[in-house]
Design a binder for this molecule. Structure first.
Ligand SMILES: [Zn+2]
Length: 158
C-alpha cells in the first residue's frame, strides 16, 4: 500500500477496526497491558471492572472473583458493599494493613449453587511484605438477596 499524505483526502476508515482486530488476534498482548487481577482470560474492563462499577454479578463465582480483584485494588467500599449485612465488619482498614499483602493469583476450584445459596472454593496466593508466598484456601459461602449475591463467610479447610 502506498502512503498517502496531504495530497489526497483519503482517511482510512478501517483504521480503528483493523486495530481492534489486531488487538483481538493478540489478546495476550491486551491482557498483558490490562489484565484482570482475578486471573480471568480477559481484561479488567470486561471482567471485574463492571461489577466494581455496580453491575450485578450473575453468579457467586463472578462475585467472588470481583471481590478478589477488589482486595488487589484495595476497593474496601466494594468489599463491604458485597458483604452480607449479617456478617459484614464495620471496616477492613486495607490501606492501614501492615505488612500489606501482595496478591499473586487466584485459582477457583469449585462453584456450587443451590437456589439462593452458593459456595465457591478457591486458593488465593499472596505474600506479606517481603515474606514467602503463601496459599489461602477458602470455601466461601454466598447468599443471593433481592437478586444480588453477597459474601457471608468462609471456612478454611487446611
Ligand atoms: Zn476479573
Amino acid at each position: 500500500m502506498t502512503s498517502c499524505t496531504t495530497s489526497c483526502n483519503y482517511v482510512p476508515p478501517e483504521q480503528d477496526v483493523s486495530l481492534s482486530y489486531r488487538w483481538t488476534s493478540t489478546l495476550q498482548a491486551v491482557d498483558t497491558l490490562t489484565p484482570c487481577p482475578c486471573g480471568h482470560h480477559t481484561s479488567y474492563t470486561r471482567c471485574c471492572g463492571p461489577l466494581h462499577d455496580g453491575a450485578i454479578a450473575s453468579t457467586a463465582e463472578a462475585l467472588m472473583r470481583s471481590r478478589y480483584s477488589a482486595y488487589v485494588l484495595k476497593r474496601e467500599d466494594y468489599l463491604l458493599a458485597t458483604w452480607h449485612p449479617s456478617t459484614r465488619p464495620a471496616s477492613l482498614k486495607l490501606a492501614a494493613q501492615q505488612p500489606s499483602p501482595t496478591w499473586l493469583g487466584l485459582d477457583v476450584k469449585q462453584h456450587k449453587q443451590d437456589g439462593e445459596h452458593a459456595t465457591v472454593e478457591f486458593i488465593a496466593r499472596l505474600r506479606y511484605g517481603g515474606g514467602k508466598a503463601q496459599r489461602m484456601h477458602e470455601i466461601s459461602r454466598f447468599v443471593r438477596d433481592q437478586g444480588r449475591w453477597y459474601y457471608v463467610d468462609g471456612q478454611f479447610p487446611e
